[in-house]
Design a protein around this ligand. Structure first.
Ligand SMILES: C[S@@+](CC[C@H](N)C(=O)[O-])C[C@H]1O[C@@H](n2cnc3c(N)ncnc32)[C@H](O)[C@@H]1O
Length: 220
């Protein structure tokens, strides 16, 4: 009953970002639900792309660690880097999903930032993933992320990002929002990469339940 009231309040209040939205929806719903399936999907996808325990992985917009818990389990100690805007979301994820014992044993690094401050991490990644991040970002924030990541990642590094592809839609919204969808034509998402120094490769369908498409950006 209380959960239903909270969900209604979330809509009535215009789907608020941040602390209020997290409190109203709960951490699993706040990042979109489908907790188990989407955690597995991103983990298995990265294994197919060649992720090994000895690699360093950067998870951009890691949320409450839906994929993070699986990556942290798999990677060697210290090899998971998570960047997230919402401190509260990550705090709940560490406490309720990861747990103290794994936190101590695997020593993941976390940075709270909404300006893609990757240089706060002490290591550079071999791989990066942004699962369901660019689907909520305006063009200027996507480009900022790609430019800063390109400078941070060593040549040969690979970045996997999901998008909603829509050929008929030109998205004019100037402001990112965690509960609005941003859609771009395929050529535009490839062009984002070219503009910021990456070599883009469109992968498309990777089994996402809401048809988010995958794009690979390779650091040349
Ligand atoms: C839909 S959720 C996906 C979370 C996670 N990747 C997953 O699969 O569970 C998007 C996440 O990106 C975060 N986010 C949005 N804008 C961000 C920014 N500029 N910098 C870092 N994180 C951001 C949100 O707070 C949210 O946790």
């Amino acid at each position: 009953m209380i959960e239903k009231l909270k969900a209604r309040a979330f809509v009535a209040l215009g789907k608020p970002d941040g602390r209020l939205g997290i409190w109203l929806l709960g951490h699993r719903q706040y990042v979109g639900g489908d907790w188990g399936a989407l955690g597995d999907l991103q983990f298995e996808f990265m294994l197919k792309m060649g992720l090994k325990p000895g690699h360093v992985l950067l998870d951009i917009g890691c949320g409450a660690l839906r994929g993070g818990v699986k990556f942290i389990d798999y990677l060697d100690e210290g090899n998971y880097l998570g960047l997230e805007r919402e401190k509260q979301l990550l705090k709940v994820g560490i406490k309720q999903e990861l747990g103290r014992e794994r936190m101590r044993r695997k020593s993941p690094q976390f940075v709270i930032s909404d300006r893609f401050e990757f240089d706060k991490f002490s290591r550079r990644p071999d791989f990066a993933i942004a699962q369901s991040l660019f689907t909520h970002l305006a063009e200027s924030d996507i480009l900022l992320c790609l430019e800063k990541l390109r400078r941070f990642m060593n040549p040969g590094g690979r970045f996997y990002a999901t998008f909603f592809i829509d050929e008929s839609h030109v998205n004019q919204s100037p402001r990112s929002h965690s509960h609005r969808s941003f859609r771009f034509p395929r050529a535009t998402v490839e062009d984002f990469g070219v503009k910021s120094g990456w070599n883009p490769r469109y992968i498309g369908d990777w089994g996402h339940p809401r048809r988010q498409a995958m794009v690979e950006y390779v650091a040349e």
